[in-house]
Design a protein around this ligand. Structure first.
Ligand code: F6P
Length: 343
């Protein structure tokens, strides 16, 4: 078969491991020809390809990023985008397409299935917010990076008796914030799922200081929202999938804390550091398992499906089910575990 591959949306550690696994099993086991599309759906619209074979994939397993490049292009938002994409797939004689991405990229994959394209999805996102899979690769690496950062911030916070606000990624779901906050011993964790009241956060910090704890870590997910009317936040540009560019809530939170408590406060925005660099062993293994399962799915004609992890096993789920619901933070984990250590 001629199998196309693309990576779309924000990059994340482990993408190259998926590509390597698809190519290795596709070429060696099934005798496939693999075609890489550059920069996600953009490459399909613009007919930008690169040859992919086992030789090209040497050495990429531990490398972050994606050798295919990525973009947030949505063919349904580009004039003539879908027609051009279908024409490219026809011209390239693509029998099946493996699309590696999050809710946006897989949403497009799902719609193209309706146009008769044989697509198999592979879930990726550091945000870990896809409901059909227990976990996405990239999350574990991002979580470890955020936890390491919190560990480092603890020691400097203690030396200076400061509040350290750490902003982590997490647009709709606060998985990184919650788990890094638990692992790193945060005094407060603010996530998109739970609107926060800055006054309550400040009161908790004051009580903590009264008890003799002068250094505190406050973890804020970039998508955390204050209760209406409690504090001002900035808003940014919107992309082709309708998402506002986030980043900066940490500054507002830090400013408010310093103003309302009088405690010296600093902010660290981890940003894209969380998406860069070497994937953890966990992510490399999960990505490799997903890649192998995806090429197997192609050869079993399981189109319109996404590979997923459920109860430790790789399974297949319908793409429309996979993109229909976000996986937000388990309230038991947030309230029952993380919150026990607040204040
Ligand atoms: O891929 C998810 C994500 O990392 C979000 O957590 C974040 O809001 C967004 O991507 C950032 O995107 P960009 O790389 O386009 O700035």
């Amino acid at each position: 078969m001629r199998v196309g591959l693309l990576t779309g949306g924000g990059d994340c550690p482990g993408l190259n491991a998926v590509i390597r696994a698809v190519v290795r099993k596709g070429e060696h086991h099934y005798g496939d020809e693999l075609v890489g599309f550059r920069d996600g759906w953009k490459g399909v619209i613009e007919h930008a390809t690169m040859p992919l074979d086992v030789e090209r994939c040497r050495g990429i397993l531990p490398r972050g990023g994606t050798i295919l490049g990525t973009s947030r292009t949505n063919p349904y938002k580009v004039e003539g985008g879908v027609e051009k994409a279908l024409a490219t797939l026809r011209d390239e004689r693509i029998d099946a397409l493996v699309a590696i991405g999050g809710e946006d990229t897989l949403g497009v994959a799902n719609k193209l299935t309706g146009e008769g394209v044989g697509v198999v999805g592979v879930p990726k996102t550091i945000d870990n917010d896809l409901s059909a899979t227990e976990v996405t690769f990239g999350f574990n690496t991002a979580l470890q990076i955020a936890t390491d950062a919190i560990d480092r911030l603890h020691t400097t916070a203690e030396s200076h008796d400061r509040v350290m606000v750490v902003e982590v990624m997490g647009r709709h779901a606060g998985w990184i914030a919650t788990e890094a906050g638990i692992a790193g011993g945060a005094a407060e964790i603010l996530i998109p799922e739970e609107e926060f009241d800055i006054e309550v956060v400040c009161d908790a910090l004051k009580r903590r200081h009264e008890k003799g704890r002068f250094a505190s870590i406050v973890v804020v997910a970039e998508g955390a929202q204050p209760k209406e009317g409690t504090m001002a936040i900035q808003s940014g540009e919107v992309d082709q999938f309708g998402h506002v560019r986030l980043g900066g809530i940490g500054n507002s939170v830090a400013e408010e804390i310093e103003k309302r408590t009088g405690f010296e406060t600093r902010v660290t925005i981890l940003g894209h550091v969380q998406r860069g660099g070497t994937p953890t062993a966990f992510d490399r293994i999960l990505a490799t398992r997903f890649g192998i399962a995806a090429i197997d799915a192609v050869h079993e004609g399981a189109f319109g499906q996404m590979v997923a992890l459920q109860a430790g096993q790789i399974v297949r789920v319908a793409l429309d089910e996979a993109v229909s619901e976000l996986k937000t933070v388990d309230p038991d984990l947030y309230h029952g575990v993380a919150e026990v250590f607040f204040g």
